[in-house]
Design a protein around this ligand. Structure first.
Ligand SMILES: NC(=O)c1ccc[n+]([C@@H]2O[C@H](COP(=O)([O-])OP(=O)(O)OC[C@H]3O[C@@H](n4cnc5c(N)ncnc54)[C@H](OP(=O)(O)O)[C@@H]3O)[C@@H](O)[C@H]2O)c1
Length: 284
């Protein structure tokens, strides 16, 4: 049976399922089981990162699925302590080993870290270009880059990022950066799509959920889908993982879309770190 999840075509010609499963804060020991549940439900796109410490669980779940590697779209991201070229090369090798694969579908710089490495994320991105050219990263891109980071990358590197993975949800619609990405043919990936749960009690969202007979999470995820962004909600709860997948058999009308977009609180709505001041590097 064909998947209900639409594909988005990236600027390098590759396609990515618009809905995936994110594994941030899924404990490493629980990751294989969580991803196996997601695969059973129908997810074929998994978003992990070196920083999450659970790439091995993702790889084990894919291996246990009995499906071919080419059925999956797997993203990982370079850790903040690994931006120097030789360290990035070594850590990328380890990512492939942990995932049990000779390639990753998409590899991202996790954070630009303007206060580290002399602010030289272009040097780091050029190492990702090596992985792209040797085929071990089918697509490459960035995460948490703002307009000025992207402008600099454009001037100093060759391969346009396929995606920019940024925080987007009804309390931080991030529309200026979204438009900049779109104008530059960089696909928008919306992380923390339900603001880690913070938007689910919003009265406007609860009211729309009542009108369309869906849960608040389904309404918000559907809003993202209709805006054209790529999403990968995280849940450690099987029923929620299923609920989050069942968003392709209803539609929000223009009024509901506008009401949700108008909930934007700008910077005040952000749940994660601000990319211009985030310079944290993990201990190991
Ligand atoms: N690039 C970056 O810097 C970055 C940063 C953050 C996230 N991400 C990526 O984006 C993915 C998603 O973001 P996120 O994990 O921060 O937040 P999220 O997906 O917006 O929200 C996850 C939270 O919402 C709860 N939840 C999920 N589905 C629900 C539902 N249907 N009903 C009620 N509650 C529900 C989960 O609880 P339970 O798990 O307890 O069910 C969890 O506490 C991550 O896993 C990661 O892949 C990337």
């Amino acid at each position: 049976m064909a998947s209900a999840v639409p594909d988005i075509t990236l600027n390098d010609g590759r396609t990515i399922p618009q809905l995936g499963f994110g594994v941030f804060q899924v404990p490493p020991a629980e990751t294989q089981a969580a991803v196996e549940t997601a695969i059973e439900i129908g997810y074929r796109h998994i978003d992990t990162a070196q920083m999450y410490g659970n790439e091995a669980g993702v790889g084990a779940a894919i291996a246990a699925s009995g499906l071919g590697r080419d059925e999956f779209f797997v993203t990982s991201k370079l850790n903040n302590g690994a931006h120097l070229p030789d360290v990035a090369r070594r850590e990328f090798d380890l990512t492939l080993k942990l995932l049990g694969s000779d390639y990753v579908d998409l590899f991202l710089i996790h954070w630009p870290l303007p206060g580290r490495y002399d602010g030289d994320f272009s040097q780091t991105y050029r190492v990702l270009e090596e992985f792209y050219r040797d085929g071990r990263a089918r697509s490459i891109g960035v995460s948490n880059f703002t307009q000025h980071h992207l402008g600099r990358l454009r001037a100093e590197t060759t391969v346009r990022p396929a995606v920019n993975q940024i925080e987007i949800h009804p309390y931080l619609t991030n529309d200026t950066l979204r438009a900049y990405n779109s104008d530059n043919e960089i696909a928008n990936e919306a992380y923390s799509p339900i603001a880690q749960g913070a938007v689910l009690d919003d009265p406007a969202i609860v009211a729309i959920a009542g009108q369309v007979g869906r849960t608040p999470a389904q309404v918000v995820l559907r809003w993202h889908i209709q805006r054209g962004d790529i999403i990968f909600p995280k849940s450690n709860t099987a029923e929620r993982v299923r609920e989050n997948f069942e968003i392709f058999d209803f539609e929000l009308d223009g009024g509901a879309m506008g009401t949700i977009t108008a909930l934007d609180r700008g910077e005040k709505g952000r749940t994660g770190a601000n990319p211009d001041t985030m310079n944290w590097v993990p201990d190991n």
